[in-house]
Design a protein around this ligand. Structure first.
Ligand code: ADP
Ligand code: MG
Length: 454
């Protein structure tokens, strides 16, 4: 890194580059208040007014900042964002405690946007999800009692959102009309940030601290979001003290969420932790039968068996196959044959061919793409490009093989499984935030791996 560049100049150049890609208002609001506090090796240290800014920048602009930093300072450059203020000082007057819950709220939360299809009735119960299902029913019937919070976790497309919303429907149905808020963790953060910006924190708090059910989906995205964690902590306490029901969902157990405050993690563990497993064959068959009925399509046993055998770990993918089959059958006026189903499965869920990759192959292909060696991926190097390539490789290993987190850790120089979770989480967050770099790498890697398969 050139020693002649002063901090102020580096930041000016960075800001200039970024301002070409961002809405000027966004840039003014979130990035212009930052100052460059110096550089430490390849790391550019930015200071922002408070942790709210830091959370938001890390979630939305970090990759953009790092790409720009690499253009200006060289391939190893990374950016670190620090908050100037203290944590609890984020909200004027500090965050109020449980007494903030009013017995008769004057403010009613907007009606929750629940998917009408996600009810208990439409949920197929099997061995893999019966515990979660029973727990969800129990809290719907008897909120704020024994299972508070109910913490549901499991892999993608296994029915977490469906069950949470079923709780919401049950709370609203049968004339109970309880106050229900269902939202994703990201929505919570974005609303909170908007409230702070517009001086509406009181309103925000009243909204979420006066509900009977607070259902927060994908809580793993609290990882590293300290400002949101503080607010969520107080929301949690207020509701808990008032005997209101909290339901959380996540793709992992509380202990596996990285960078979350201990006091919050322990609260996640206070109630009931229920995991939801991939469905077994019988449950998959039952789900296929139910969904085919809903989609009004007729499929034979051979087709149902084919789908249930080939798609084992994601119910959303099963639905996708059925929707596509329904469309094809209607469009072509042909019966749904096993051959057609085979094609649709390959199209919708190509990853179901994942058995064909080994960890070694994925490491090799990723290293090659980044002009590195497998040894680099296994090394302890924290160089930005190596770390990024390693995160991508770990993510691919998780996506494309049945390897456990510890297996993956072992294959990458004997790393701890929490490191693996953290790395995979970085890539997942990037995908969620629409990170263009990550999207491109994954698309290129898909193509490269596709060639490997042939
Ligand atoms: P997750 O939130 O765990 O990623 P979702 O709840 O979004 O998964 O479920 C994905 C899709 O699969 C949804 O359309 C949902 O209705 C369906 N689904 C999942 N589990 C079941 C089940 N046991 N019975 C019926 N449909 C299910
Ligand atoms: Mg979900």
């Amino acid at each position: 890194m050139s020693a002649t560049k002063t901090e102020a100049r580096i930041w000016r150049e960075l800001l200039h580059k970024i301002s070409q890609e961002l809405d000027p208002k966004e840039c003014d609001t979130w990035l212009r208040p930052a100052v460059c506090r110096g550089t430490d090796g390849d790391v550019v240290c930015l200071e922002v007014p408070n942790i709210l800014f830091r959370d938001f920048i890390n979630a939305n602009y970090l990759r953009l900042l790092e790409t720009a930093a690499r253009d200006i300072l060289g391939p190893g450059a990374t950016v670190q964002v620090e908050a100037a203020g203290g944590q609890e000082g984020l909200f004027a007057g500090g965050a109020p405690g449980p007494e903030a819950v009013e017995p008769t709220p004057k403010y009613h939360a907007a009606p929750s946007k629940l998917n009408p299809l996600y009810t208990f009735d439409s949920f197929v119960v099997g061995r893999s999800n019966s515990f979660c299902h029973a727990a969800s029913r129990a809290v719907a019937q008897n909120p704020g009692a024994r299972y508070n919070p109910l913490y549901i976790y499991g892999g993608v497309g296994l029915g977490k959102t469906h069950l949470m919303q079923a709780v919401g429907h049950a709370a609203l149905g049968n004339g109970r009309n309880l106050r229900v808020s269902y939202l994703s963790c990201d929505q919570f953060m974005n609303e909170m940030i908007a409230a702070v910006k517009n001086n509406k924190t009181d309103q925000f708090r009243r909204k979420y601290r006066n509900v009977d059910f607070l259902l927060v989906d994908d809580i793993q995205f609290l990882a590293g979001m300290e400002g949101t964690q503080v607010e969520f902590f107080h929301t949690f306490n207020a509701l808990y003290e008032a005997g209101r029901q909290i339901v959380l969902s996540s793709d992992r157990a509380p202990k596996d969420i990285p960078r979350v405050e201990e006091r919050l993690r322990t609260r996640f563990e206070w109630g009931l932790i229920a995991d939801i497993q991939p469905p077994d064959y019988e449950t998959r068959r039952a789900i296929i039968a139910r969904k085919a009925e809903l989609q009004k399509i007729k499929i034979g046993d051979d087709v149902a068996d084919l789908i249930a055998t080939r798609i084992t770990s994601n119910i959303r993918a099963i639905e996708g196959v059925l929707t596509r089959l329904a469309a094809a059958a209607a469009h072509l006026s042909t019966p749904i044959t096993a051959a057609l189903t085979q094609d649709v499965i390959l199209e919708i869920a190509p990853e179901e061919r994942r058995v064909s990759f080994s960890l070694d192959q994925l490491q090799e292909a990723t290293a090659k793409y980044f002009n590195l060696t497998r040894r680099d991926l296994m090394s302890k190097s924290r160089r930005a490009n190596v770390a990024f390539a390693r995160q991508i490789a770990m993510y691919l290993c998780r996506e494309k093989t049945g390897a456990s987190l510890s297996d993956i850790g072992l294959a990458f120089g004997n790393r701890d499984h929490t490191t693996v979770i953290y790395s995979i989480g970085k890539v997942e967050n990037g995908i969620k935030a629409g990170d263009a770099d990550i999207a491109k790498v994954l698309k290129d890697m898909e193509a490269n791996l596709g060639r490997l398969r042939i």
